[in-house]
Design a protein around this ligand. Structure first.
Ligand SMILES: *[C@@H]1O[C@H](CO)[C@@H](O)[C@H](O)[C@H]1NC(C)=O
Ligand SMILES: *[C@@H]1O[C@H](CO)[C@@H](O)[C@H](O)[C@H]1NC(C)=O
Ligand SMILES: [Ca+2]
Ligand SMILES: [Ca+2]
Length: 751
């Protein structure tokens, strides 16, 4: 490997950063994900929080764009902070708020809260809880109100103002406006102290923030912000170190240097509640439309949102139900709403459609579909998005021996094929052809302890490469001598794969094929040399046009390499190795390399535990890498198999892969990413839990800000690999077993 010194200026030039540190040390609150507060509200409203359905939260279309209107206080509008800011007792020191709003009018001298975080007292908790029970189905108003005179609470509004004044000065701007103390407070005493508040008046935006130790309320006032012009605006308010930045519609850029004392770093959010669209009181509900409200911990979200082709509607995370617009229908008998009019949409459980609600829209959050009442029936307005419903067993394929890997590919004129790496050296491996909804044996290929197959093409030439790893006989020389991996080429005439080139490998676990600047490369993961040496070279080969053969291009030192993953992000080519074992421990660094000037250079190392697979995938413009961690070895003690496998996301500003989500896996050996319709999924191959090989593999579905959540469990035996493929209209998954001579094909049912 070349020296990092030489590499640095080059990479700086490219805008990339080379770093040796593990990614996990970068974020103080690494478990926090962007918190989509509005999705929270909508899913709670849709589910009918505590028996109360829909009311209070309406989807409104305005200016051709959907937003949420809050018509009255509703239980879905507030929730405990602890529910979403877990593993982090203090509010993040660095954070951004991204919000998209449309406000038509604000009365002079009036403030409206976009959201707040309010302290909650325990006895209040109990009382509110009781009251909630009492008022189910009743008026929502009581729910927020406290009994008069029950507590001699301070009037926070005054308190906030006083704090602001006494703590004034520096670059922080004070709002001199005096308000009538009674406006908010008299009838409904405060529920608790305001900890965080984002509110606006006619021409300014206020951000309030209280550190607990001093009890001091700091306030920033951004003047000249005219929000109430009946247009959609997207605001990004970012707090980072000593700066506060406000970006409006991606182009106004107001930057305030915040007095170091001013942004308290010790704001405890324990025992507090988020209130969306209010200060947590009966009156004073946000009057406009909200389309987006996201709290982003740990970074300035501006580069994630801007630039945008539609800056007033720049998006970080908009609830899915607000993304779709009703299409103009083709049926002429329907009176379809004009985009410019405000249309009422109810969310929640099915209501009856009768002439009285003709023309109303109903959003069913369970089916994620929008319906229009034509006077008698609900007519679907949007093509219901395809979505994985359940998984059907399609085929049980008996194989000559156990299988370590499956590669599915297609050959023009013939169709879908699967190359399977079978274990038995005497029976060899095979290629199968997809016919009539199942795989059938097509061609046997002699292999020796085959561990993986890779398909690739060069122009019209079709190739397959297999990694052979003759199982150890105890005699090192024979092990060494015969370890040849083989490239096969598709012969059009005979319609068979034929031997093309053999390459010396060392217990090869994986082949990866990729192209860079018109050249084809192959990388082999050499796992071990002899019986004990794991720290050896893995090799990148390059196709030589003269000799028409692959020749060694670069050697990269690896430790028990298991997998290579090649991927491209913009102009950058990456190659990541999963390092499993260095001879002593499974706790070794796996490495991501980047292509600079004709060869790979260190980009980032990531701590892994017996890493067996990397899978790169993209969701929208976001780039992720997920690692499969096999097991943790502690000295001579028993290994741990139930450990986290981690999803990393490429952070565009730091140019690093940062921890995004941990998922507990059981000796994971493979991740497979796939999409069905609009939805994204991951499936993991769980192979061993310490006792048994019969356990569930899990399918996870992408849920945006929640990351991936488990949705299906598939019983597998010694699962070694998952592959996703489609045939015609249908989507399938196939898995192979390393402990039984069978593979299974599942059909993914969608609706
Ligand atoms: C392992 O193999 C590498 C590459 O062949 C060699 O440089 C190294 O010395 C070997 N290590 C041991 C402990 O034999
Ligand atoms: C997995 O990670 C989560 C959160 O990152 C952590 O709470 C949990 O203890 C970890 N589980 C294991 C088995 O390491
Ligand atoms: Ca991989
Ligand atoms: Ca796979």
């Amino acid at each position: 490997m070349s020296s990092p010194m030489l590499l640095l200026p080059l990479l700086l030039f490219l805008g990339l950063r080379v770093i040796n540190a593990a990614a996990e040390t970068r974020r103080p609150c690494s478990d926090l994900l962007p918190l989509d507060l509005l999705s929270r509200v909508l899913s709670r409203a849709g589910e009918g929080v505590r028996g109360v359905t829909g009311g209070g939260v309406h989807l409104i279309q305005s200016g051709g764009v959907m937003g949420v209107r809050l018509s009255r206080p509703h239980p879905s509008l507030d929730f405990p902070s602890s529910q979403y800011l877990v593993n982090c007792h203090l509010f993040p020191r660095e954070f951004s708020i991204v919000t998209t709003l449309k406000v038509s009018l604000v009365a002079p001298k009036k403030n409206e809260y976009i959201f707040s975080v309010v302290e909650e007292k325990e006895e209040e908790d109990a009382r509110i809880g009781k009251r909630k029970g009492e008022t189910q189905g009743g008026t929502d108003g009581d729910w927020y109100r406290e009994k008069d005179g029950e507590r001699g609470g301070r009037d926070d509004e005054r308190d906030e103002e006083r704090d602001g004044e006494t703590d004034g000065g520096g670059e922080r701007l004070m709002d001199g406006e005096k308000r009538k103390g009674s406006r908010d407070g008299e009838n409904s005493k405060s529920q608790g102290r305001l900890l965080i508040g984002l509110r606006f008046s006619r021409d300014r935006l206020h951000f309030l923030f209280r550190g607990r130790s001093g009890g001091v309320m700091a306030r920033w006032v951004f003047r000249g912000i005219e929000l109430a012009d009946d247009r959609w605006h997207t605001l990004v308010l970012a707090f980072s170190g000593h700066y506060a930045t406000l970006t409006v519609d991606c182009n106004t850029h107001l930057e305030f240097r915040v007095h170091s004392k001013s942004l308290p770093s010790d704001l405890s959010i324990q025992g507090s509640r988020f209130h969306i669209g209010s200060r947590g009181r009966w009156n004073g509900l946000f009057s406009g439309l909200i389309r987006q409200l996201v709290l982003v911990p740990g970074s300035d979200a501006t580069p994630r949102v801007c630039p945008s082709s539609n800056a007033g509607l720049a998006e970080l995370s908009v609830p899915a139900v607000l993304l779709d617009l009703p299409q103009k229908g083709t049926r002429s008998d329907l009176t379809l709403p004009s985009y410019e009019s405000e249309v009422r949409v109810s969310v929640g459980l099915e209501k009856s459609c009768s002439s009285s609600v003709r023309g109303q829209l109903w959003f069913n959050p369970i089916r994620r579909a929008l319906y229009l009442c034509d006077g008698t029936l609900w007519v679907p307005m949007l093509q219901e998005s395809q979505r994985l419903d359940y998984v059907l067993e399609q085929q049980i394929l008996s194989t000559s021996s156990e299988t370590y890997d499956i590669e599915v590919f297609s050959v023009q004129g013939l169709g879908l094929m699967a190359a399977m790496a079978h274990r038995s050296p005497s029976l060899g491996s095979a290629v199968y052809l997809w016919r009539d909804g199942g795989f059938h044996l097509y061609q046997k290929i002699s292999t020796h302890g085959a561990l993986s197959w890779r398909h690739f093409t060069m122009g019209k030439k079709i190739f397959l490469v297999v990694s052979n790893s003759r199982e150890s006989t105890g005699k090192e020389e024979t092990v060494e001598k015969d370890e040849l991996s083989v490239i096969y080429r598709w012969n059009k005439k005979t319609q068979r794969f034929v031997h093309y080139q053999a390459l010396q490998t060392h217990c090869a676990r994986d082949w990866e094929a990729f192209r860079i600047q018109g050249h084809t490369y192959l990388a082999v993961a050499n796992h071990r040399q002899g019986n004990t040496n794991h720290t050896i070279d893995s090799v990148v080969y390059k196709w030589d046009r003269g000799t028409q053969l692959f020749v060694p291009h670069q050697a990269l030192r690896t430790s028990g390499a298991y997998d290579w993953e090649a991927f491209t992000v913009g102009p950058y080519h990456f190659l990541a190795v999963a390092n499993a074992f260095d001879g002593q421990t499974t706790h070794v660094d796996s490495v991501i390399y980047v292509w600079v000037d004709g060869s790979f250079h260190l980009f980032q190392t990531i701590k892994t535990f017996c890493a067996t697979d990397w899978e790169m995938f993209q969701i929208g413009s976001r780039v992720f890498l997920v690692v499969a961690n096999g097991h943790q070895l502690h000295g001579n003690g028993p290994g741990r198999y139930a450990i986290n496998s981690t999803i990393y996301e490429l952070d565009m500003s730091s140019q690093l892969f940062l921890r995004f989500q941990d998922i507990v896996t059981y000796s994971a050996v493979d991740w497979e990413f796939f999409t069905v319709g609009e939805e994204s999924y991951l499936v993991v191959a769980n192979s061993f839990d310490g006792e048994s090989h019969s356990l569930n593999s899990i399918i996870y579905r992408w849920q945006g800000y929640e990351g991936f959540v488990p949705i299906h469990r598939l019983p597998t035996i010694g699962c070694s690999d998952w592959e996703f493929f489609t045939s015609g209209e249908d989507s399938y998954l196939i898995y192979s077993s390393a402990t039984a001579p069978l593979s299974k094909v599942f059909r993914l049912k969608t609706h």
